[in-house]
Write a protein that binds this ligand. Structure first.
Ligand SMILES: NC(=O)CC[C@H](N)C(=O)O
Length: 358
């Protein structure tokens, strides 16, 4: 059996079964999702994190590329009670260390008590506890990953759905899930995917109906280019954001974000819409939250478990954002209408700004 060690912040080292070799370090977080491991493992928002699955069996319906949210695995390492051969082989082929046969109940309880923590991992024939501890020692806090947007964003602007005749979306890619682009294309939008450090000039050149800030990894305060864009465009162009996108919009418009203890990661997070009184089930993956919306934004939806903001609307500007993932991969699909609302907001503004010829 391959040796496997997991070193937790504070120096406690767990032994496990090695399933994919290598050494790695990252912020240890857990997800309670019981389906959607293909989507989670390819979600760019997990960059620089180590993902522990609380659901005990991961991989029981195989690995299919059509479920992937990006072109690679993003967590630095994976922990589970039991991984199937399919998933272990996939992670090995991606060079992502993986372990199982450890008590993930203990790991999750630890994270719930102490918060997301630094972690080092070593898996292989000859590795020792010291190798895992050396990784832990080298692990940076998430907020210190100041270039994280660069690691996950496109290098060059790419256009999808050029022949579509719906709204024109400028999607700032801070680590966008593929299904956000798919959800917009399915509604006939033309989607220009822009690098995380796109300039106001780049966006202007596209004459977008809406500026859309994607999800993404790390601390929202480290996305200064996207923050600048929201400040430059919010007054005259409708703005939308998902997850990191909501946080960036808040940072840009006088609000504030803060790190949560262990965050929200799973596929059954309940969200209350404050106006309708309706509760919807949502997919989530975030460790930061909007602490203060600021004067330009109002909270329209909250998490039923801890009251944190899940949706924001502009007070004086056309803005809609969500902290959860309305693109709903792997589901539930309760919140897909977010995309209809966003495109309707852009359409309404375009119609008012440029009156149609009689
Ligand atoms: N999925 C996301 O966009 C995550 C946003 C941010 N990195 C957080 O952890 O809160």
């Amino acid at each position: 059996m391959t040796a496997a060690y997991v070193a937790l912040e504070g120096g406690h080292v767990l032994e496990a079964r090695g399933r994919a070799p290598g050494t790695a370090r990252g912020e240890l977080v857990f997800t309670t999702a019981y389906t959607g491991y293909e989507e989670s493992l390819t979600d760019p928002s997990y960059e620089e994190q180590i993902l522990a699955f609380s659901y005990p069996l991961i991989g029981n319906y195989g690995v299919r590329e059509e479920r992937f949210e990006s072109d690679r695995v993003h967590p630095r390492a994976v922990l589970a009670k039991e991984l199937t051969e399919d998933v272990a082989d996939w992670l090995a082929s991606e060079g992502v260390p993986a372990v199982d046969r450890l008590d993930t109940r203990d790991v999750v309880t630890d994270i719930r008590d102490s918060g997301a923590m630094k972690c080092g991992i070593a898996v292989g024939e000859d590795v020792t506890e010291e190798d895992a501890l050396a990784e832990l020692e080298a692990c940076k806090a998430m907020s210190e990953h100041t270039e994280i947007g660069e690691q996950v964003s496109v290098d060059e602007q790419t256009t999808y759905g050029a022949d579509n005749d719906g709204e024109t979306v400028a999607l700032v890619d801070c680590g966008a899930k593929g299904s956000i682009v798919d959800s917009l294309l399915a509604r006939n939008a033309t989607v220009h995917v822009l690098p995380h450090d796109a300039s106001a000039h780049d966006v202007d050149a596209l004459e977008p109906d809406i500026l859309f800030i994607s999800n993404g990894p790390g601390d929202p305060a480290n996305y200064e280019h996207a923050i600048d864009l929201v400040q430059a465009f919010a007054e005259d162009t409708p703005v939308a954001g998902i997850c990191l996108g909501q946080q960036i919009v808040a940072e840009a418009l006088g609000g504030a974000t803060e790190k949560m203890t262990f965050g929200h990661r799973g596929v059954n997070q309940p969200v209350l819409d404050l106006e309708s009184g309706q509760v919807v089930m949502t997919t989530q993956n975030h460790g930061y939250t909007v602490a203060e919306p600021g004067d330009h934004l109002e909270v329209t939806q909250i998490n039923v478990n801890d009251d944190t903001p899940e949706g924001l609307d502009g007070v004086d500007y056309d803005i809609i954002t969500r902290q959860y993932h309305p693109e709903a991969n792997p589901g539930p699909e309760d919140t897909l209408d977010f995309f209809d609302d966003v495109l309707a907001m852009a359409d309404a503004r375009a119609t008012t700004a440029v009156p149609a010829d009689d």
